[in-house]
Ligand binder design. Structure first.
Ligand SMILES: [Zn+2]
Length: 167
């Protein structure tokens, strides 16, 4: 696995652009040193480029929710969501899942809750990541893509509608 860039967010957390088997991902994760070796922990989220772009596009809304102490959740793609809980100062990036026979997704343990300074550093890293990952210029998050002008295509898309809601 090749790492194109590695930017520190604080508290042993990093955002990295990684390349593995032709797939580029943006990985936001807490690391630890075990027996003198640097190891990634399970606290984190690994985003394909389209989801990273969706997240970056939602920073303004997340910022606004933080200022207004509001609850806010945005769908980043697949089962990944970014959310802010009322009166929280943290931004939560997390995989959710839909339990059987339920209509609402619930959070899983897979994710990371960014403290205010870590979130600020993540936003500051956006342009640097853009420099290291020029491929981002050509990524169109699928809600904005041409074939998603059609509501049916949106509903059929596993990225936009991962749990197959058809209401
Ligand atoms: Zn889609």
């Amino acid at each position: 696995m090749a790492t194109r860039c590695n930017i520190e967010l604080g508290n042993d957390r990093y955002v990295q652009a990684t390349e593995w088997k032709d797939q580029l991902r943006i990985d936001i994760r807490e690391w630890e040193t075990k027996n003198g070796k640097r190891m990634p922990t399970k606290k984190g989220i690994s985003l394909p480029l389209n989801r990273w772009k969706m997240l970056v596009d939602s920073f303004d809304y997340l910022d606004q929710a933080l200022v207004e102490n509001n609850t806010y959740t945005t769908h980043v793609g697949g089962n990944v969501y970014a959310s802010i809980t009322t009166n929280s100062v943290c931004v939560d990036l997390r995989k959710n899942w839909l339990p059987p026979n339920q209509t609402e997704v619930v959070p899983t343990k897979k994710g990371i809750t960014l403290r205010p300074m870590e979130y600020t550093k993540l936003k500051e890293a956006v342009s640097v990541i853009g420099d290291f990952v020029p491929e981002l210029n050509t990524v169109v998050p699928c809600p904005f893509s041409y074939d998603h002008q059609n509501q049916l295509e949106f509903l059929r898309c596993s990225e936009c509608n991962p749990d197959g809601f058809t209401e």
